[in-house]
Ligand binder design. Structure first.
Ligand SMILES: NC(=O)c1ccc[n+]([C@@H]2O[C@H](COP(=O)([O-])OP(=O)(O)OC[C@H]3O[C@@H](n4cnc5c(N)ncnc54)[C@H](O)[C@@H]3O)[C@@H](O)[C@H]2O)c1
Length: 319
């Protein structure tokens, strides 16, 4: 197996590369470094500095690396940017995917994984959504992910690829960008560790399903070589455990208090304050991964408490 991970210099992609490297699988990253960082790519893993919108550069990378499997993580990841610039979102998330699909079809690629999003495509869900839950993406980001999933069906029909959409819930963990609009765990961790006050939008009763990035990377590794019938598949990758933002803030505060005390640098962390609600935030988004357990043999290994403790310690070490 030779795996090309697009978006491999980003948060999730770099964890996939790390797990592939430790399993001894040959892999490479393709990333334009617009959001990712070169230092995220594990040592010894080649990086093709390529924009997925550039069809000929993508083709050159495929010709050079000759992957048998592709995990497509590269994307325009900002929901608010997708609302401001839907054309740009579609260029990266739809046309970029089409470039990747064409190159897969024209080379020896057998399997294509695609990073989709449970939260963005199902809309508000109160109890864990299964894969057959109606999809109702609201923002262009969710629409482009949904369109991408339809193109996976085309990728199978036209090129015979086994095409797998992995619909992640809210991913958190080491290396997440604490300066983005999402990534509430990274934002809270960074602020609390430096004794800054955090602001919770509205009443904080926004329920999410937080899944650790190590578990998401493991789901990709499992999906790369699970026995799957030819065709297009979709799997939810989450925990089905509901946590609202108020609970999350309390959990990060506990983890940060413990971590700083252990390190001999205790920090006084102010209580979170509540600000205005953020327009467009879903009230509840939780997904069931029973299908991934049955067909990929995957289930999350981190509880929210252990995952947060590890993540907060990582942010503390990073300084
Ligand atoms: N983080 C989450 O909670 C979450 C949830 C659901 C789905 N996803 C999806 O998972 C994937 C990875 O997200 P992430 O959280 O690691 O974000 P990230 O921003 O850390 O990673 C995305 C990577 O794609 C690269 N990239 C962006 N535009 C590119 C382009 N035009 N050409 C080549 N590379 C490009 C960036 O440089 C970055 O390294 C994305 O497809 C995202 O939509 C993430």
């Amino acid at each position: 197996m030779r795996v090309l991970v697009t978006g491999g210099a980003g948060f999730i992609g770099s964890h996939i590369l790390e797990q592939l490297a430790s399993a001894g699988v040959e892999a490479a990253a393709l990333d334009d470094l617009s959001g990712g960082k070169r230092e995220n790519v594990p040592e010894g893993v080649p990086l093709f500095e390529v924009d997925v919108r550039d069809a000929s550069a993508v083709k050159t990378a495929f010709d050079e690396f000759r992957p048998t499997h592709v995990s497509h993580q590269a994307a325009q990841v900002s929901v608010s940017r997708s609302v401001r610039e839907p054309e740009f979102d579609a260029e990266v998330n739809v046309l970029g995917l089409l470039n990747v699909i064409r190159c897969c079809g024209e080379s020896e690629v057998e399997r294509l994984l695609f990073a989709s999003s449970g939260g963005a495509i199902y809309g508000d869900v109160l109890s864990p959504a299964k894969e057959d839950h109606p999809t109702q993406p609201l923002a262009p980001y969710g629409i482009s992910k949904m369109v991408g999933e339809h193109y996976l069906r085309f990728a199978h029909a036209e090129h015979g690829l086994i095409a797998v959409a992995l619909r992640y819930s809210n991913v958190y963990g080491p290396r997440q960008d604490p300066h983005g609009e999402a990534g509430v765990v990274a934002i809270f961790s960074q602020k609390m560790l430096s004794g800054e006050e955090v602001t919770i939008f509205g009443d904080g009763k926004y329920v999410r399903d937080y899944v650790h990035v190590g578990d998401v990377a493991a789901a990709n590794v499992a999906a790369l070589d699970a026995e799957l019938e030819a065709g297009k598949h979709a799997f939810n990758i989450g925990t089905a455990v509901p946590t609202d933002v108020n609970q999350l803030a309390a959990l990060v505060m506990t983890a940060a208090t413990e971590a700083t005390a252990e390190a001999g640098k205790p920090v006084e962390i102010p209580k979170p304050v509540h600000g205005d609600p953020r327009a467009g935030d879903l009230r509840s988004s939780i997904i069931s991964s029973a299908k991934a357990k049955a067909e990929l043999g995957w289930e999350p290994q981190h509880s929210i408490e252990s995952g947060l403790a590890e993540t907060v310690r990582w942010f503390l070490r990073r300084g």
